[in-house]
Design a protein around this ligand. Structure first.
Ligand code: PGA
Length: 240
């Protein structure tokens, strides 16, 4: 694990974007695991601003997003993670949207319990080369909430109260926040060849500290599942 405690979110985001663009330069068929939320937004901006300058193309890149809400009310479709990715990245780069994948459609009505076909699709595409991750105050990664199993795969989950509260800032009323989501599992994430975890702000300190100091997996802090990943880079503005 490499930990970079840098001066600003800006600096972390630039480095994250450059890691992705450097890999894209070497491999035009890159398979990316992508995250939503306020954390990666600036990094996506840097990618948009720089890929053309560097003469790079996303046309052969495939992406797999970590998670998606289930049961969004129709007037909140703009809060879907599909919409977030289209707006913040996909519409502004030359990616083929047919190559951009989510574990479920936010429009899905017939929700299943088992979504491990998503893990199979990732495997069929050669696995994730670089996984971008944020981290929750409670140590969740994607929507793998405390209590998630190390071996978990992509699945339907109930969001915890703390996550619903944290995400209510994007909704008029906390009761409008979906209660369920489909998330890649802890094992699905761990299988990525390279992981870049971004963490900004003091409210993430406890979770990042748990990961940095972990000697084994602690179910109460899902982020600790990454303690022995062989290529994990943490980019943070928290000073340790
Ligand atoms: P945030 O969420 O980027 O909105 O802080 C990160 C997460 O919950 O994984």
């Amino acid at each position: 694990m490499k930990v970079f405690s840098l001066d600003s979110k800006d600096e972390c985001s630039k480095i994250g974007a450059n890691i992705i663009l450097d890999e894209l330069e070497k491999n035009k068929n890159l398979v990316l695991g992508l995250a939503t939320g306020s954390t990666p937004e600036l990094m996506y901006n840097y990618i948009i601003d720089n890929f053309k300058k560097r003469n790079l193309s996303f046309k052969d890149v495939k992406t797999f997003n970590l998670d998606e809400y289930v049961g969004l009310k129709p007037n909140y479709e703009d809060q879907s993670y599909r919409n977030f990715m289209n707006t913040c990245l996909f519409n502004q780069i030359d990616i083929d949207k047919n190559n951009t994948h989510f574990p479920v459609s936010y429009k899905e009505i017939n929700v299943q319990n088992n979504y491990d076909s998503y893990d199979k699709l990732i495997d069929e595409n050669g696995g994730i080369d670089i996984q971008i991750l944020g981290i929750g105050n409670n140590g969740h990664i994607a929507f793998n909430e405390p209590g998630s199993e190390l071996e978990s795969k992509t699945r339907l989950i109930e969001l915890t109260e703390s996550t619903i509260k944290a995400n209510s800032r994007f909704f008029d009323n906390i009761n409008d926040v979906p209660k369920k989501a489909v998330t890649m599992g802890i094992n699905s994430i761990f299988n990525a060849k390279k992981i870049i975890l971004l963490a900004f702000g003091e409210n993430k300190r406890e979770a990042v500290e748990k990961l940095i100091n972990a000697k084994s997996f602690d179910k109460n802090w899902p982020c600790t599942s990454l303690y022995n990943h062989e290529d994990l880079t943490i980019l943070t503005d928290i000073q340790f």
